[in-house]
Design a protein around this ligand. Structure first.
Ligand SMILES: *Cc1c(COP(=O)(O)O)cnc(C)c1O
Length: 392
């Protein structure tokens, strides 16, 4: 006689975030950076690429990161409210954002233009705080930052403006995922020229340029600080990168109902798929409102009861059907949509390939009202180095 374990109460659809995986990945990244004398800023924008910014930030700080990078001041303040007191850089501001609130919370600010510098200076005048700014130079991505012709003016203005402390100059690469691309050298040349301009103006700023890809493949571009994002989450920024990163996010659900269906039946809306023989179908309560893209109808596998199985028929808003053949599949059985890829289960990278996008978009999209986020792994505890207090 065997005793059946009590079924786990499990959300309908959830992302499970493995903080041990985050720590493992950050230890690799911070180790790479430290080998060339650089510090590590873990990028936790967009709610930690969909993983939960506060938990990821705390885990990253435990594992060797010393600073955090986000897009908006609002995201930086959310970290502060979560008890994260490590240095935070917020790098893209929309007109009208409350920079003063950021300054009051000690958030460092990316600055792209003299106009923005004026806005920051006004906020310092209002708060009495000194603004720690990172001046951004556009070295060829042609996105944010001062162009080469605007750079000397921005540097001069920063030197001349009261209440502004230039902590760093920084830029962002266009081809980091192709480590030998010639444009990288052009960007580096422009970055080094921009640094000379800053030095000649009397500044002694730190420099940072490297995202995940450059952190792992171009130690010569680490400068003083690296800014890895995607690799923190265990997703490879470059195909075949020689480090064993662990994907931290698993999207899973469970079997809500099992039914035996005869041959020749149409399944789900529009009957775009029919059974070709008698088979067992499992109903899984996760659909496109939970992050399972409808456009993957007919192209999606899940991991269920020890193997890959195809999702059949249309992906619906709330549910999908999985063909289990003649296998015994229990109600309540775990269904993995993507995760670590162990034993050949699907991954976020596989979804990205099928969707014609990148795994960044897949994981960042897993923030939905009906999707539960569950954190596993050893929880961050109390107080850390760097004056980082982690309140839970
Ligand atoms: C998102 C972002 C990063 C992190 O990039 P990854 O490719 O995810 O490592 C670094 N720097 C800036 C400016 C970014 O916007």
């Amino acid at each position: 006689m065997t005793t059946m374990p009590a079924p786990l109460p499990r959300p309908r659809a959830e992302v499970v975030i493995d903080l041990d995986a985050i720590r493992h990945n950050v230890a690799i990244l911070a180790g790479c950076a430290a080998a060339s004398g650089a510090a590590t800023m873990a990028v936790v924008k967009a709610d930690g690429y969909g993983h939960g910014a506060i938990d990821v930030a705390a885990a990253a700080l435990q594992a060797g990161a010393s600073a955090l990078g986000v897009c908006s001041v609002e995201e930086a303040l959310a970290l502060r409210h979560g008890g994260i007191n490590a240095p935070v850089l917020a790098w893209l501001h929309a007109p009208g954002e409350d920079l003063a609130a950021g300054l009051a919370a000690g958030v460092e600010l990316g600055v792209y233009s003299t106009g923005q510098l004026d806005t920051v200076a006004a906020a310092t005048a209002a708060t009495g705080a000194t603004a720690r700014v990172h001046l951004k130079v556009d070295t060829g991505l042609t996105r944010g930052g001062a162009s080469s012709n605007q750079w000397p003016g921005l540097v001069r203005a920063a030197v001349a403006t009261r209440g502004i402390e230039v902590v760093a100059i920084w830029s962002h690469l266009a081809h980091a995922d192709d480590p030998d691309h010639p444009i990288i050298e052009q960007q580096v040349r422009r970055f080094d020229e921009a640094y000379q301009v800053a030095r000649e103006a009397g500044l002694r700023p730190l420099r940072h340029l490297a995202n995940s890809a450059a952190t792992l493949t171009r130690p010569d571009l680490h400068y003083d600080l690296v800014r890895p994002g995607i690799a923190v989450y265990g997703l490879s920024p470059v195909p075949g990168v020689g480090y064993h990163l662990l994907p931290a996010m698993t999207l899973r659900s469970q079997v809500a109902m099992v039914k035996r269906v005869p041959a020749g039946e149409g399944v789900s809306y529009g009957h775009v798929w029919h059974t070709t023989r008698e088979t067992t179908l499992a109903l899984v309560p996760a659909g496109y409102a939970d992050g399972v893209p409808r456009v993957l109808t007919g192209r999606l596998d899940v991991w269920l009861a020890g193997r890959r199985r195809p999702v059949v028929g249309r992906v619906c808003m709330d549910q999908v059907m999985v063909d289990c053949g003649d296998d015994l599949v229990a109600q309540g059985a775990e269904v993995i949509f993507f995760g670590t890829g162990d034993s050949g289960a699907p991954t976020a990278a596989e979804w990205a390939d099928k969707l014609g996008t990148i795994h960044y978009e897949v994981v960042a999209g897993m923030v939905r009202p009906r999707l539960t986020r569950t954190v596993c792994g050893r929880r961050p505890i109390a107080v850390d180095l760097n004056g980082t207090r982690v309140v839970r």
